[in-house]
Ligand binder design. Structure first.
Ligand SMILES: [Fe+2]
Length: 209
């Protein structure tokens, strides 16, 4: 016999955000004005507003739309995951990719669920997000064609996905290195303080007064 354990899945839905074009223009303007201003502490090449509150120009009405989607996700997820309590949209940030930009396989720490809204995305020109089998820690570059280890959901612009935060994922950004069509996603984390580990405790922070 065999035991199937710890089922994992990616939930996909659609977002209708009326002011999308305006938001894209704002983010592109920020990108072109500041793209050399900071380098994130990630092992990748990407323009990201993560942990840069001064660039937090995600509009409130889009956060409302995302929160509605989180509720929809919670209503539709397996009963075992419908844990009563408060769910907090703990981080929201945007990622911008131009040619040669990429994001290495990573997970989202101690959050519960994470999500991605494909704000400016053309699947003919842009790579999908790739998810990696969490049971293994391998050289995934050698396993890209093997869907047991590397899986790509078929997303389009305006799609939103939600997945377990510990599920490793990444993207190669633009498909053609001579292309200049920018890819923009908005990522977010959802925590539930009743059951999530406290990031601060895990970070082994030292305070000196
Ligand atoms: Fe991510």
């Amino acid at each position: 016999m065999k035991y199937n354990l710890f089922d994992s899945y990616i939930w996909k839905s659609k977002i209708k955000y009326d002011k999308k074009d305006q938001l894209i223009n704002n983010l592109l303007q920020d990108y072109f004005e500041n793209k050399n201003k900071f380098t994130p502490h990630w092992e990748c090449f990407i323009y990201s507003s993560f942990k840069h509150p001064e660039q937090n120009n995600i509009p409130e009405d889009l956060l409302d739309v995302i929160e509605e989607k989180i509720l929809e996700y919670l209503k539709n997820c397996p009963k075992e995951l419908q844990i009563k309590g408060t769910y907090i949209l703990s981080d929201v940030w945007y990622n911008i990719y131009e040619k040669d930009y990429f994001q290495e396989p990573h997970n989202h720490g101690n959050a519960l669920f994470s999500g991605c809204y494909y704000l400016k995305f053309n699947k003919k020109k842009h790579h999908q997000t790739t998810f990696y089998n969490p049971n293994y820690n391998l050289d995934y570059k050698k396993l890209e064609q093997n869907s047991y280890f590397c899986f790509e959901p078929d997303c389009d612009e305006d799609d939103i996905i939600i997945f377990p935060s510990s599920l490793k994922h990444g993207t190669m950004g633009l498909r053609d290195k001579n292309d200049d069509e920018i890819r923009i996603t908005i990522s977010f984390n959802i925590t539930n303080p009743n059951i999530c580990l406290n990031e601060k405790v895990q970070d082994k922070e030292v305070s000196y007064n």
